[in-house]
Design a protein around this ligand. Structure first.
Ligand code: XMP
Length: 523
C-alpha cells in the first residue's frame, strides 16, 4: 500500500492568540502530520471547505470566553464531521458554543498541576489509564462548569472539575491543560494520539517526503526553462532554500553572495567552498565591502546603519541579477513563523523594535516571482531538511547571524581596522564554546566590540585598549531569550585568551541581560 499524500492529511490549528500555538504545530508535525495555523477570524465555512482538514485543533488564548468581544469560532467547524481537540480557551469555547457553561473561577491554576484520570477515552489510548495521576501544565482563570450534551468528564484537577472532556461519538475532545508544552510530560504523546489514532493520519509527513514534494512543486512553478536567482548569506535558511532549488532545477539556479565586509572570520570562504566546490552551484561572489564600509563611514546611529546596509544590499543584488539576466524568479528562505498571521491579544500590530534586514529581500522594482520553498517549515525542520540534503553541519547547525552582520556588533561608528579585532575575539569565543561542547545548547553566541577604552596592565606596561562584551543566549525563537549561565572558569578562560591573543582588547565583560528587557543584538 502506498502512503497517502501527506497534504491530504492536513490538520487545521485555529489560533485564538496563545503564545503557545506554534508549539501545537510543532507537536503535530513531530507526529508526522502536516498542519497549518490560521487566525480564528479567517476560518469560515468557505475556508473550511477549501482546506478540508482531517482534524481541527483549537488553541488557547488570553481572552475570556465570557467577555463580550471574545474571539469566536464559526460553528461550521463542528459540522465538518472531523475530530476536534480544544485546548484551554479552545476547550472552553467549544464547550460554551455546544451548550455547556464556562465560568470565572476563584481557583486559578498557573503552572504545574496534578491530573486525576477519571475515565478512558480514545485520546488517552496507550498513554493514560483510568485511576492514574499525571503531571500537566495549566494556565487558566476561567473553567468549564457544565458539559454540553454528548460530553463526559475524563479527568479532573484541583482547579478544573472538567480538566479533560470527551464526546467519543463526534470525536470531540477538550483539555484544560496545555499538552503542547514540555512541562506536560505526556503532552506530545497525547497530541500524537489525537493525530494518529483519533484523526487516523498515517504519519507520512517526514522530511524525506517533504523534500520530494517540494522539488516537484519548485519544478512545476519554475517550468521547463525558468531561471531563478537566490541571495545566499551563508545562514541556514538561504543555504537550505538554495540547495533545494538547486536539486530541483540544477544550473538554472544562480546564487548571488554579496559580501558586505561585515561577515565573521572565514565565513565568505566557507560559503564559496561549500556551494561552488561541493555542490557545483552557479555562484556569483561579489566583494562589495568597500562600497558598504564607505557608505557606513562615520554613521553611528543603529537604525541608520541598518538602512544603509539594506539599501546597498538591494542595489548590489539588483546589479548582479541584471548582469546574469533572464531570471524570472527570486528564491527566498522565508520560514513559517514569518508567514503565520497570529491573533493579537491587544488588537494592533506590534511596535517595530528594529528594522530587520534580510538578505534576499525583493527590490520593489524587480519584477520577479517569488519561490519560497521553506514557507511551511519551522527552523528546526529547515535544519533537518538541510541534513537530508547533505549540507554540512557547520552550515545547518549554525547559530543565526543577522543580515547587517558585524555592523550591529560594533556600537557607534564602524572602525574598519577594528573589524578584524572583533572577528578574532568572536572566533576565540565560538571555538571555546565548541570545545566545551556547548554550541548546540546555545541559540546564539558572539562578541561585541565596544567604543570604550579602559586602562589595563600587561607585563610592566600600561595598556589603553577596547572593551569586548560577550553575549550568549538560550532561546526557542529569538523572541525571548535568557543569557547563558556559563561557569566562571569558562568565562575566565575565554577572557584570558582574548586579551592575550587579540591586540586591541584589554578587558572582557559578560552580558547577563535577558530579552526582554534587552534584545539579543546590541543594536
Ligand atoms: P534582537 O536583537 O531583535 O534579535 O533580539 C532577534 C534575532 O534576530 C536577529 N536579527 C536579525 N536578523 N536581520 C536578520 O536577518 C536583521 O536585521 C536582524 N537583527 C537582529 C538576531 O541575530 C536574533 O537572532
Amino acid at each position: 500500500m502506498t502512503a497517502p499524500a501527506p497534504e491530504s492529511e492536513q490538520i487545521l490549528i485555529i489560533d485564538f492568540g496563545s503564545q503557545l500555538t506554534q508549539l501545537i504545530a510543532r507537536r503535530v508535525r513531530e507526529a508526522g502530520a502536516y498542519c497549518e495555523i490560521h487566525p480564528c477570524f479567517r476560518v469560515d465555512a468557505g475556508f473550511l471547505a477549501a482546506f478540508a482538514p482531517r482534524a481541527v485543533i483549537l488553541s488557547g488564548g488570553p481572552a475570556s470566553v465570557i467577555a463580550a468581544a471574545a474571539p469566536d469560532i464559526d460553528p461550521a467547524v463542528f459540522a465538518l464531521g472531523v475530530p476536534v481537540l480544544g485546548i484551554c480557551y479552545g476547550q472552553q469555547l467549544m464547550c460554551a458554543r455546544l451548550g455547556g457553561t464556562v465560568e470565572v473561577s476563584d481557583h486559578q491554576e498557573f503552572g504545574r498541576a496534578m491530573l486525576d484520570i477519571a475515565g478512558y477515552c480514545a485520546l488517552f489510548d496507550g498513554v493514560w489509564r483510568q485511576g492514574a495521576r499525571h503531571q500537566v501544565w495549566m494556565s487558566h482563570g476561567d473553567r468549564v462548569t457544565a458539559l454540553p450534551p454528548g460530553f463526559r468528564r475524563v479527568a479532573t484537577s484541583d482547579g478544573a472539575p472538567y480538566a479533560a472532556t470527551a464526546d467519543d461519538a463526534r470525536r470531540f475532545y477538550g483539555v484544560q491543560f496545555h499538552p503542547e508544552v514540555v512541562h506536560t510530560p505526556d503532552g506530545a504523546k497525547l497530541i500524537a494520539s489525537f493525530v494518529r489514532k483519533v484523526a487516523g493520519c498515517s504519519g507520512a509527513w517526514t522530511m524525506a517526503a517533504f523534500r520530494t514534494a517540494a522539488i516537484a512543486r519548485i519544478r512545476a512553478r519554475v517550468g521547463e526553462a525558468g531561471r531563478v536567482v537566490c541571495g545566499l548569506s551563508g545562514g541556514v535558511d538561504s543555504s537550505v532554500a538554495a540547495r533545494l532549488v538547486h536539486e530541483a532545477i540544477g544550473s538554472r539556479l544562480t546564487c548571488i553572495f554579496v559580501d558586505h565586509g561585515l561577515l565573521r572570520a572565514g565565513e565568505a570562504d566557507e560559503v564559496v567552498r561549500v556551494f561552488r566546490g561541493r555542490f557545483n552551484v552557479e555562484l556569483v561572489h561579489r566583494d562589495a565591502s568597500d562600497m558598504f564600509l564607505g557608505r557606513l563611514e562615520g554613521v553611528a546611529d543603529p537604525e541608520e546603519k541598518r538602512k544603509i546596509i539594506g539599501r546597498t544590499f538591494v542595489e548590489v543584488f539588483d546589479e548582479e541579477a541584471a548582469r546574469i539576466g533572464g531570471a524570472g524568479f527570486l528564491c527566498q528562505g522565508t520560514l513559517y513563523p514569518d508567514v503565520i498571521e497570529s491573533v493579537s491579544a491587544f488588537g494592533g500590530p506590534s511596535a517595530t523594535i528594529k528594522s530587520h534586514h534580510n538578505v534576499g529581500g525583493l527590490p520593489e522594482h524587480m519584477k520577479m516571482a517569488l519561490v519560497e520553498p521553506l514557507r511551511e517549515l519551522f527552523k528546526d525542520e529547515v535544519r533537518e531538511l538541510g541534513r537530508e540534503l547533505g549540507l554540512p553541519d557547520t552550515i545547518v547547525g549554525r547559530h543565526p547571524f543577522p543580515g547587517p552582520g558585524l555592523a550591529i556588533r560594533m556600537p557607534g561608528a564602524i572602525r574598519r581596522d577594528a573589524l578584524d579585532v572583533l572577528r578574532r575575539a568572536d572566533a576565540i569565543f565560538i571555538e571555546e564554546i565548541r570545545t566545551a561542547g556547548l554550541y548546540d545548547a546555545i541559540w546564539q553566541a558572539f562578541a561585541v566590540l565596544l567604543p570604550v577604552k579602559t586602562v589595563g596592565v600587561m607585563g610592566d606596561a600600561r595598556t589603553y585598549e577596547s572593551v569586548c562584551a560577550l553575549r550568549a543566549v538560550t532561546s526557542t525563537d529569538g523572541m525571548t531569550a535568557d543569557s547563558y549561565p556559563f561557569d566562571h572558569a569558562f568565562l575566565a578562560r575565554v577572557s584570558t585568551r582574548i586579551v592575550n591573543e587579540v591586540r586591541g582588547i584589554n578587558r572582557v565583560v559578560y552580558d547577563c541581560t535577558s530579552k526582554p528587557p534587552g534584545t539579543i543584538e546590541w543594536e
